[in-house]
Ligand binder design. Structure first.
Ligand code: NAD
Length: 353
């Protein structure tokens, strides 16, 4: 990408994700890691071993006039405070997801960004995931007809990872952790408003925060979605299950294995044959006849042309708008709040947004 300068970015929080950002920045053009700040000394040593200069305090980062961008990859509870301080010090800010624990906190950050005339965006990186882009393509090209139901899941058997993710005060829990990604993807698939939300959180592991959840979301246009995150699943259900008026698609896992089965409109319909099912016979539940259906493997789609960082640099250069608008992130947080509300009240929340 051609641009006028190399923007200097400091990583605040050099844990798992902060150090990964180091690699992401290196792969992009027009931007470079200028330094790292983390309150834990061994994280700073790690940063130095990768050739990054380190700062003694967050204040020192803000005082360095050479720093253009602060990337915040700390536990969730301090995202708001660090973001606002960095914006007020004249820095552009990229914040990790979930941007904040409540939507009102994001509103405060957005106001601070406006006042400081600086760019603020959230690293909702799963907008770039190929499995999601394949489902988006199914929607856009109506490859299984009009989609009326989808299920999107991530499931593991390893419990809630780490330490702070198990604690409420740090914004822990799987709804905020993984839910934010799946809900962000869902809201990009349809232009429709949400009609209602029903959800349950799970506490199988005995932690003070949810170790998973299931949410059923109905949209005004009739689309229904089941979104599920689990950390106690030794056998997992498919990553995506999508039903349309002309067929069904399944993507089983991150390896993009799966299939699309559609009605064959080119031939005369052939009734399925009854099958033995348990101790009985059924035609209703028999698979559709081979003659009347088309089967295809999941087709790969192209990556989005700009990476997250390419887009961010283009925004700073004034040649693009942000790939993750704050208004969309705000709507995801409102949905998360509605899911918490439904789970706590054990009821369907009917609310248009
Ligand atoms: P982590 O525990 O591995 O690292 C967090 C780091 O932040 C630690 O090194 C800690 O010392 C440091 N820290 C704590 N308070 C700080 C402060 N006030 N200032 C500077 N640094 C501070 O956690 P992680 O897994 O790297 O998660 C960090 C953030 O990244 C979270 O918000 C998480 O949700 C997000 N994350 C995003 C993705 C993604 O795919 N987008 C993946 C993993 C994590």
């Amino acid at each position: 990408m051609e641009n006028n300068k190399t923007y200097r970015l400091v990583i605040a929080g050099f844990g798992g994700m902060g150090s990964y950002h180091g690699q992401l920045v290196e792969q992009a053009g027009g931007i470079a890691v200028h330094g790292v700040y983390d309150p834990i000394e061994y994280r700073m040593e790690l940063a130095r071993s990768r050739g990054f200069q380190t700062y003694d305090s967050f204040e020192a980062v803000l005082e360095d006039s050479e720093v253009d961008i602060v990337l915040i990859a700390t536990p969730n509870d301090v995202h708001k405070e660090l973001s606002i301080r960095a914006l007020q010090a004249g820095k552009h800010v990229i914040c990790e997801k979930p941007v904040t624990i409540e939507s009102a906190e994001l509103t405060e950050i957005m106001q601070a960004a406006k006042q400081a005339n600086r760019v603020f965006t959230v690293h909702q990186n799963r907008r770039w995931d190929e499995d999601f882009l394949i489902v988006k393509d199914l929607f856009d090209k109506k490859k299984v007809g009009d989609i009326f139901h989808l299920e999107s899941r991530v499931q593991g058997a390893n419990g809630i990872p780490g330490d702070w993710r198990q604690l409420k005060a740090y914004g822990g829990g799987m709804l905020l952790d993984w839910g934010v990604h799946l809900l962000d993807q869902l809201l990009l698939l349809t232009d429709s408003q949400i009609h209602s939300v029903h959800a349950e959180l799970s506490y199988i592991l005995g932690t003070e925060v949810d170790d998973g959840f299931t949410a059923t979301i109905k949209f005004k246009d009739g689309l229904t979605a089941v979104i599920e995150v689990g950390t106690t699943n030794f056998v997992k259900l498919p990553r995506w299950y999508v039903k349309g008026t002309e067929g069904t698609a399944v993507i089983r896992d991150w390896d993009l294995s799966g299939e699309i089965v559609t009605r064959n409109r080119e031939v005369e319909h052939v009734e399925p044959k009854p099958i033995q099912a348990g101790k009985g016979l059924t035609k209703t539940m028999a698979p559709p006849s081979e003659e009347s259906t088309l089967r295809a493997a999941i087709e790969r789609v192209e990556d989005l042309s700009d990476s997250f960082y390419d887009n961010f640099v283009a925004v700073l250069e004034g040649t693009s708008t942000t790939a993750v608008p704050n208004s969309e992130v705000h709507r995801v947080l409102t949905l998360i709040e509605t899911i918490f509300e439904s789970a706590a009240s054990e009821s369907v929340i009917v609310k248009e947004f």
